[in-house]
Design a protein around this ligand. Structure first.
Ligand code: ZN
Ligand code: ZN
Length: 202
């Protein structure tokens, strides 16, 4: 849903603070090498990649109540449309931290939550950059921009992953880039400036 600029960018400050807090707390309480915490962090990152792809494909583009909200982003990519922080915090608390704490204890819960939120922040940074920043040709973020441009404007469905194309490759939803001329027009024109075009996206 559409937010104020402050609300939109609150995630960019509060989540890194949460990640730093959890990491510092863990660093202070370790009596040995934090292998369990680091493994849990890696698992949380992997879980985020799956959640990002799955939620985008099977909720935001499939469940009517959510797809109507997501449509606003597709219509105006540069608007401050996103998930309010209280909703994302609740999802991480109830879907990640609490079950992990009950089942496996503090170290796993803290590590998984750190990994999940780290992945979420990376997703936010990439998605913000592909829509609002002019990116250097050939850079990692520029490639992400081209990938996401096809999600918005290609005539076929796909490229649901934003921070990584990995699950699009796995699940067969990867859209191969168009010839350079049209890709440049799509990526640097419409995607950044929020214009809508004739191509359908979903
Ligand atoms: Zn979408
Ligand atoms: Zn987008």
């Amino acid at each position: 849903m559409e937010q104020s600029k402050a609300g939109y960018y609150a995630d960019f400050i509060l989540y890194p603070l949460l990640i730093t807090g959890l990491s510092v707390f863990e660093a202070g309480s370790f009596h040995k090498f934090p292998d369990l915490w680091l493994c849990s962090l890696a698992l949380g990152l992997l879980m985020w990649m799956i959640v990002e792809y799955g939620a985008h494909r099977f909720i935001l583009h499939s469940v009517e109540a959510f797809s109507r909200l997501h449509e606003r982003h597709h219509a105006t990519p540069s608007a401050y449309v996103g998930t309010p922080i209280w909703i994302s915090l609740l999802c991480f608390a109830l879907g990640g931290f609490t079950p992990a704490l009950i089942l496996f204890g503090w170290d796993v819960a803290s590590g998984v939550t750190t990994g999940l939120t780290l992945g979420y922040v990376w997703y936010l940074v990439v998605h913000d950059a592909v829509h609002r920043r002019h990116l250097k040709h050939g850079s990692l973020l520029y490639r992400a921009k081209m990938h996401h441009a096809l999600h918005h404007y290609a005539k076929v469905r796909g490229n649901y992953g934003v921070s990584s194309p990995f699950w699009d490759y796995i699940f067969g939803t990867y859209i191969a880039p168009a010839p350079r001329r049209s890709m440049t027009a799509v990526g640097e024109g419409r995607l950044t400036q929020g214009q809508t075009g004739g191509a359908t996206h979903e």
